[in-house]
Write a protein that binds this ligand. Structure first.
Ligand code: PEP
Length: 245
């Protein structure tokens, strides 16, 4: 891989102080050179991680406003103060369950970068969109919404391709399917900033596990993974991290 790989855990609304301890222990044996490792727990658990961990911490969402009367929300500054250096933006669950539009996603990504967080922008199509051969059209729209007017944000972003039909279903995209879409994403991004498009990390997400990760990581444009379910099993997540190094 010409880019340093990144393996990111998305715990979603799962986890506990006990899991924090378990994953911290499991990741001790994962070498820090060769790949970056990131854990995105629920924000309330960020402070539970010892400051000495050999991996980065991230949040799963942020509010685009800096501060104010937004009950229950968390700003980029609050997340940074809690220990996050990354934040997931535009996960399909938030787009669907929290009605986050492309405009909101773009505002969140801008707020993250302005505050110094590294955003992981999630893009991906539904099963129906794939069947209608609209995968590239949907992803182009999601990327354009963020980078067409602010191409300078690309150099500060990570992008995760997460086909919605593969998330939490046990049915990962095949390495060839994933590579095809990753290649399209990189090519599409080149129109905003050709240099940044070569350097940007493109993660694959969707039912990644210890058995299927190695074949995905062999693909030229796959620079790591965003892992949901398997990241709740510390030993398996550590195996996925080791497979990329
Ligand atoms: C995710 O939701 O980001 C994800 C990739 O989940 P899973 O690995 O469980 O499919």
């Amino acid at each position: 891989m010409q880019r340093t790989p990144l393996i990111a855990a998305n715990w979603k609304m799962n986890g506990s102080a006990a899991l924090v301890e378990e994953i911290t222990l499991a990741l001790v044996s994962v070498p820090t050179e060769g790949a970056d490792v990131l854990v995105c727990p629920p924000a309330t658990l960020l402070r539970q991680f010892p400051t000495s961990v050999n991996f980065a911490l991230g949040a799963q969402n942020l509010n685009q406003e800096k501060s104010g009367a937004y009950t229950g929300e968390l700003s980029a500054a609050l997340l940074l103060e809690a220990g996050a250096s990354y934040v997931i933006v535009g996960h399909s669950e938030r787009r669907t369950l929290n009605a986050e539009t492309d405009i909101v996603v773009a505002a969140k990504l801008t707020a993250a970068v302005e505050a110094g967080l590294i955003p992981i922008l999630c893009v991906g199509e539904t099963q129906a969109q794939r069947q209608q051969e609209k995968t590239q059209q949907v992803i182009a729209r999601q990327l354009d919404a963020v980078y067409a007017s602010q191409p300078e944000l690309l150099a500060k972003s990570v992008i995760a391709y997460e086909p919605i039909w593969a998330i939490g279903t046990g049915e990962s995209a095949s390495p060839e399917q994933a590579q095809q879409t990753h290649a399209f994403i990189r090519q599409h991004l080149a129109q905003y900033d050709a240099q940044a498009a070569v350097k940007v990390k493109l993660l694959y997400g969707g039912s990644v596990n210890a058995d299927n990760c190695a074949a995905l990581f062999l693909q030229a444009d796959i620079d790591g993974a965003l892992v949901g379910g398997a990241s709740l099993k510390p030993a398996e997540f550590a195996q996925i991290c080791l497979a990329v190094t």
